[in-house]
Design a protein. Structure first.
Length: 296
């Protein structure tokens, strides 16, 4: 592990030591400040010190906080050693195996720190995602299973949030058909072992419990990693709907929703999601297809 990787872990990982890591907005501001004075933090031998913090314009309180976070090497080593007991490993934004699509699509909103369990090589594969409500009718469940099976047949990584309902229905179908799965978890990574041909990931800390905020935050990662995102069923509120609305606002790649005539599906279509009535391919719709659908 390089010095830069350790630095990002010290600043942005929750090490269960009582110190809160930098938040995403604070990381954005730090990155912006560093870019004004230096190209990057990618030099593995480069240590951030008090002089650097003064030079980039951090005030005394912010500088002291950053230095406190950097001064917890023993806590980091203990945290990573415990993670190894569960075969959990870190990925930072400067790690070679960090998913390129997250960097490209999220920019400074990409998580500085991820923890994974399973096969990280899967993250470089072409990917589609399937999300949806926890409560599924028969047609929505069939749609989720079809996406999972078609992903396996097409050699695509299926990305989801591992939630009950649509997510797990698609995951199980994909794995049963010989495919591969990546799931972003909003809770403890040590409590769920991924099946073969899978990788489970979480942001900030592998020990952190589920919270609604973490569930909402992981949605941006699901959409950003996917070349095409599909939704089996949604209401007009809840995590599926809010995650899709945010992804549409961000322009996080093409998004399709099963057009079951429900208020949730219609609301997403009005916001720019592509309606799917019969699933014939997992390839994203062409712009011409979108415009013809919109005019229909």
């Amino acid at each position: 592990m390089t010095g830069a990787e350790r630095g990002w872990l010290l600043l942005c990982a929750d090490l269960a030591d009582g110190l809160r890591p930098l938040t995403l907005p604070q990381v954005r501001r730090l990155r912006a400040a560093l870019r004004r004075t230096e190209p990057d933090l990618s030099d593995p031998e480069r240590d951030l010190n008090a002089a650097d913090l003064r030079a980039i314009g951090l005030d005394r309180a912010a500088s002291e906080r950053v230095l406190r976070l950097l001064d917890r090497a023993a806590a980091l080593d203990a945290y990573l050693n415990t993670a190894l007991l569960f075969e959990i490993h870190p990925l930072t934004v400067v790690s070679p195996g960090y998913p390129r699509r997250l960097r490209e699509r999220l920019g400074d909103d990409a998580p500085a720190v991820l923890f994974f369990r399973g096969d990280p090589q899967l993250l470089s594969r072409p990917a589609v995602s399937l999300t949806g409500s926890r409560s599924l009718d028969a047609a929505s469940a069939d749609f989720a299973r079809q996406v999972g099976t078609m992903a396996a047949q097409a050699g695509k990584l299926l990305v989801s949030g591992n939630a009950l309902g649509a997510d797990r229905t698609a995951q199980e179908a994909c794995l049963s058909a010989g495919g591969c799965v990546a799931a972003f978890l909003p809770g403890e990574l040590n409590s769920q072992a991924p099946p073969a041909r899978s990788v489970f990931l979480t942001e900030t800390g592998w020990h952190l419990p589920f919270t609604p905020y973490r569930a909402l935050q992981r949605n941006r990662l699901i959409y950003a990693l996917s070349g095409h995102s599909l939704i089996a069923r949604t209401h007009t509120s809840g995590g599926t709907f809010s995650g899709a609305c945010e992804a549409l606002r961000r322009g996080s790649g093409p998004i399709s929703v099963r057009d079951d005539g429900s208020p949730g599906a219609r609301a997403l279509i009005e916001r720019g999601a592509h309606p799917v009535r019969t699933l014939e391919t997992l390839e994203p719709p062409l712009p011409a297809q979108l415009s013809l659908t919109d005019q229909a």
